[in-house]
Write a protein that binds this ligand. Structure first.
Ligand SMILES: O=c1ccn([C@@H]2O[C@H](COP(=O)(O)OP(=O)(O)O[C@H]3O[C@H](CO)[C@@H](O)[C@H](O)[C@H]3O)[C@@H](O)[C@H]2O)c(=O)[nH]1
Length: 472
């Protein structure tokens, strides 16, 4: 049988793209040819990340002159305001004619894996007789709970529950939820931006009609939810991660090119000082008032910290950086987050619980302070704290799920993780899970086997799809 040719099309956001680049490596290692689609402004990031591979990269023109999106912004981390992300995602549909034009000129594609936010690719896949699998970037826990919430939507609306009022679903009675734990598109679409809710609904429908879902996680981490999904929902989820473990071995830095933050971590390591890593992913918008509380909380906690501030401005008009200079470092550039997490001085991670950050923290065996901010992050935080027990929740001042966090709550939980007994227990648990993650991706492990099964199955399915669907 000829080697499979796999088409990958990640969504234009770092959190969705990075794991798909790791997936490309896994497919190449299994002997597949890989063609990856992107847009012009995202090409350099992708080609730099895959420069040592033979992945073929194709960029399609991205629509310009989109309402509320500045020209040449083609990824969510470049958006001035994250509330505009559905517009960027909807605009991506306009690439469809270019996508289909290109499909005509490519060698036969065995199957495609396209992002859950690129639901329109299903129609192209069907036209060309190519099975489509979906890359969702969510855990089985989040997918299952979002599906259950969506099925219970009317009941939740009828109950007129306050957004923070706790309830349980009969199917998973051991977990308490509030409406704030879910994307409003699932529990109360009418209350929210119509554009957002309609977009999510469209993507869910396209996923339901697709061949399967690729999950960046491993079966042993969430077997109850993986089984639930495959039994009650579907399409079939294939757990092939953690994908970050497919990254190639990191080259040792020459002394002159070692990033300043790694040098700083090295010094902390030599002095035996544990460091809290603080980062909120690639796209979170954090208000100025909230940033001020983070500054005070970190300063008062007395712990050593490395804070990658990303696109958020941290004003230094009060001399904060000078006051914490002996034990805190702020970084305003793009970093290699995995390198930081894997540094032996890093003993805790204050995170928004983007799913990649959770996976990377587990693989690096670092416990988490969970501070969800948007999307499915509240569900990830719940999983981290209540299901798998590798983190503590940062409490909001009013006890709500997504409210403002005052410095004193942050200070308390930071000390608990970095200095308290609880932190030590969480550290032991995350070490176990990190070991299980490595076993899952090693030869013969659950994720290893799942990927092999998937490739084999797609090879046999290829011809069936050709018979069942109309060609171009
Ligand atoms: O300076 C940086 C900043 C980020 N990263 C990487 O960027 C990715 C960020 O992903 P994630 O932690 O998941 O955060 P977001 O960028 O916020 O991710 C979006 O996508 C995720 C996957 O679908 C969702 O779980 C989140 O809710 C959604 O916000 C991770 O691989 C990080 O290692 C870096 O390497 N360097």
């Amino acid at each position: 049988m000829a080697s499979p040719h796999v088409l990958l099309f990640p969504f234009m956001s770092k959190g969705h793209t990075i794991p798909v680049l790791h997936l490309a490596r896994l497919l190449l290692r299994r002997g597949s040819a890989v063609t990856l689609f992107t847009t012009p402004a995202n090409r350099s990031f992708i080609s730099a990340a895959l420069s040592d591979t033979i992945v073929s990269i194709i960029d399609l023109p991205f629509p310009q002159n989109i309402d509320c999106i500045p020209p040449h912004v083609e990824s969510t981390d470049k958006l001035p305001d994250m509330s505009q992300w559905p517009r960027l995602a909807i605009a991506a549909k306009l690439m469809k004619p270019y996508f289909e034009q290109t499909l005509k000129s490519l060698p036969r594609i065995s199957f495609m894996i396209t992002d859950g936010f690129l639901g329109w690719t299903l129609d192209s896949a069907q036209k060309f007789g190519i099975p489509r699998l979906v890359y969702y970037g969510m855990s089985n826990f989040s997918m299952s709970l979002s599906a259950v919430a969506s099925q219970s939507r009317q009941l939740l609306i009828d109950l007129e529950l306050d957004n923070n009022k706790l309830f349980t679903f009969p199917i998973f009675p051991w977990i308490k939820f509030s409406k704030n734990d879910f994307d409003p598109a699932f529990v109360d679409p009418e209350s929210q931006d119509k554009l957002h809710s309609e977009f999510i609904l469209e993507q869910v429908q396209a996923t339901e009609k697709s061949y399967g879902i690729i999950v960046n996680g491993f079966y042993e981490l969430e077997s109850v939810y993986a089984d639930y999904w495959n039994r009650e929902s579907g399409p079939k989820a294939w757990c092939v991660g953690p994908l970050c473990l497919a990254a190639p071995p990191r080259k040792k830095h020459e002394i002159y090119e070692t990033p300043s933050w790694i040098q700083w971590l090295d010094r902390n390591q030599e002095e035996g000082k544990p460091v809290l890593y603080v980062a909120f992913g690639s796209q979170a918008d954090i208000s100025r008032e909230q940033i001020e509380q983070i500054k005070t909380g970190l300063e008062k906690s007395g712990v050593n910290f490395l804070w990658v501030v990303g696109k958020n401005q941290v004003e230094d008009d009060d001399g904060f950086e000078y006051r914490v200079k002996d034990r805190g470092m702020l970084v305003k550039e793009w970093v290699d987050q995995r390198e930081i997490l894997e540094h032996s001085s890093v003993q805790g991670f204050l995170s928004h619980c983007g799913w990649n950050s959770v996976m990377e923290s587990i693989c690096a065996k670092v416990p988490i302070l969970a501070w969800p901010m948007m999307a499915e992050q509240p569900l990830n935080a719940k999983m981290v704290v209540e299901e798998i027990g590798i983190g503590l929740r940062v409490e909001t001042s009013d006890g709500s799920m997504n409210g403002f966090v005052k410095w004193d709550k942050l200070e308390k939980v930071v000390k608990e993780l970095m200095e308290g007994e609880m932190g030590k227990e969480l550290g032991k648990k995350v070490k176990q899970l990190g070991g299980a993650a490595a076993e899952a991706v090693a030869e013969g492990g659950s994720s290893w086997n799942a990927l092999n099964e998937l490739i084999n199955e797609m090879h046999t399915t290829e011809n069936t799809w050709l018979i069942c669907t109309n060609g171009p």
